[in-house]
Structure formats: C-alpha cells, structure tokens
Design a protein around this ligand. Structure first.
Ligand SMILES: Cc1ncc(COP(=O)(O)O)c(C=O)c1O
Length: 343
C-alpha cells in the first residue's frame, strides 16, 4: 500500500514550504510558533514543539528533577516512556495495567507508591484516554506527586470533552511516522505551567533564547531539541487533515464493532482517536503491531522481576486489526471485512 497524502494537502504543504524559503528561516522562524499555536488550540492547552516524543518526555522529567527518584511507568507501553525517565536519572518502577483499557491500574499504582515516588506516568494506550484518569489525577494531587501523560497514541481521543494532557502537570505528544498525525519525526509538550514552558524554550535550544535580537542564556543543561520550520509546516497541514483521518478511522471502527465482540469497550463519554483497534483472543489473518511483547523484553529486562499479571495477560491475548489511514480494504462491507480478517 501507498501512504496516502492527498493532492490538495500536498499543494498546501508546498505553499507553506515556499513561505519558509521566502522567510529565510529554516529553523527558529514563524512556522514552529504557528504550529504550536494551532496544535495548542486543537487540544486547548499551551504547547511547545520539540524533535520527537522521546525528547518531549525527557524534557518534562529533566524539569521536574527525577534524579534518584522513583518514576512509576505502566508496563504496557513502548520503551520510550521508561527510557526517557531513566535518562533523566530516575529509578523506573513498573506498574500493572487494567485488562479493560490496557492503561495504568490505580489499584496497582497504590501498591507501588513509596515516599521516593516523584512522578506517575499515564500512557493513553491505543487512542483512548485511560479510564481511571480522574481517580489517578486525584490520587497524585493528594500526595504532591507529578502526573505526566504520555499522549503519543491519543491524537483525537477525548474523555468528556477533554483530551490527552488536560489532567497532568504536562503531556507529551509524538508525531512519529506511524502515529495518527504523522510528521515523520516530531513532538509537542503541552502544559499549563508557565514557568515550565518558559524553561523549556531555553532547554530545547542549548540553554538560550533570542529576544529582540539579543541572545539570553539561562540554563546549563540545555540541548538541541528544536523542531525545524519544514516539519512545523507539515504539522499545520497534518492538523488540518486530522479530522478527516479520524472520521475515516471511526467509520472503520464502527464496522469492526459489528463483529469483534471481544474488544476494548469504551465507557459513555469516551471517544477514541483509534490509533489502534484492540481485540482479544481472535485469530487474525491481518494485524498490526502490539505494544508490550512479553517474550522479548529487550532493554526492559528488569520487567521480568515484576508481578504484572494483567500486562502479561494483555500481551498474550490482545491483537490489533489494521486501522491505519489508507488501509486498502477499509471500504469493504462488514461481511467482506469479517472474512478478510477472521480465520
Ligand atoms: C507510548 C509512546 N511513547 C513515546 C513514544 C516515542 O515517540 P517518538 O518515536 O516520537 O520518540 C512512542 C512511539 O514512538 C510511544 O508509542
């Protein structure tokens, strides 16, 4: 299959690229700011763009300061979530997930908390908001623990009108090539904490910020996590395409709902962005990647030590029929889809 990128959107992108070239700024120009503003309006939270969804997380952990502190990470997530905290000097504590939403379990979180816990990370797996987000937020607030939301999967997912990043101290979006809103590479940090966003403007730019033509240096540990102008231009176009992509995915999901009875079922008030469509115990003829593979821990070898019954169950039992934008068979009717997917 070909990755779809419709002609009218290509033309929009080329026009924005012309604007970039005309401006003479390939980096640190106006396009990144425009993208940040537009994405910020979309999720209703102030945003700053960086290079990818790993550096978003690293920036958040470095600002909070997690050196030798415990960061609780759900076991059922891509390794990026944990390794970002590790790079910032944290001890990783894995917590189990719920079978219902595949996201962090409040019950298990309660068992992992110690006086050394500084951060809890929720990952909104698969495109929906973690079902227990309200309770987890309350739990963290009562204990002065930072809640961080990994929103790499959640573009277009809502819980009662609020989307990823609305509950925690900060949220981290990825725009990697396979995500619902792909830019190839890219990330956005969202937060309502003004001091953090001010710090991040320095941190992502080697500790400096240019204001009124003058370079100010503020922080010591800054590095280059800048998004470039061409990526931001693509971001503006992809943001415009996103509603159509979400509609396409939701239409396919509503067909799948007709014949996949054993699936993640959403409570009233939840809308998924359908990064993945998640089913249990089906033998599928076509599927896309799982999240947590319990036979190959790779660098996460320490996970073996943990008691994670639900995450292990999820790894063994869940599968994801294709729901990536442009999948060749999406327009087929329900009966045809059933026979394409089920053995
Ligand atoms: C849950 C999760 N967090 C973080 C990342 C990292 O994002 P990036 O690839 O943009 O660094 C990904 C995927 O790539 C992810 O799936």
């Amino acid at each position: 299959m070909k990755i779809p990128f419709e002609v009218q959107y290509r033309e929009k992108y080329y026009r924005l690229l012309d604007e970039v070239f005309e401006s003479n700024y390939l980096s640190e120009g106006k396009m990144v700011k425009r993208f940040e503003e537009e994405f910020g309006k979309f999720i209703d939270i102030p945003c700053l763009a960086v290079t990818n969804g790993g550096t978003t997380l690293l920036s958040i952990f470095e600002y909070i300061g997690v050196q030798s502190k415990d960061v609780i990470v759900p076991a059922n997530t891509f390794w990026a979530t944990a390794v970002a905290a590790k790079r910032a000097g944290a001890n990783i504590i894995y917590a189990d997930c719920n079978k219902e939403d595949l996201c962090l379990s409040l019950d298990d979180l309660k068992k992992r908390i110690t006086i050394n816990t500084k951060v809890v990370v929720v990952v909104h797996i698969g495109g929906h908001i973690a079902f227990e987000i309200e309770e987890i937020t309350k739990f963290c607030k009562e204990r002065d623990i930072f809640l961080v939301e990994d929103c790499a999967h959640v573009h277009g997912g809502y819980w009662n009108g609020k989307t990823g990043g609305a509950w925690g101290f900060a949220g981290s979006y990825s725009f990697y090539a396979t995500k619902t809103m792909p830019l190839g590479e890219g990330g956005i940090v969202c937060s309502n904490d003004k001091k953090f966003l001010e710090w991040l403007q320095y941190y992502r730019n080697y500790g400096k910020k240019v204001e009124n033509g003058k370079v100010n240096y503020k922080i010591q540990n800054g590095f280059n996590f800048r998004m470039n102008e061409m990526t931001a231009a693509l971001g503006l176009v992809q943001l415009e395409r996103l509603p159509a992509i979400l509609e396409w995915k939701r239409k396919l999901a509503s067909k799948y709902d007709q014949f996949f009875e054993k699936r993640v079922k959403f409570p009233k008030g939840m809308t998924s962005g359908y990064y993945k469509y998640i089913v249990f115990d089906y033998d599928l003829k076509a599927e896309t990647g799982k999240v947590f593979n319990q036979t190959d821990f790779g660098p996460e070898i320490e996970k073996i030590e943990y008691d994670l019954p639900n995450s292990r169950w999820i790894a063994e039992h869940h599968k994801c029929p294709p729901i990536y934008y442009g999948w060749d068979y999406a327009e087929k009717n329900i009966e045809e889809l059933r026979s394409i997917l089920l053995k």
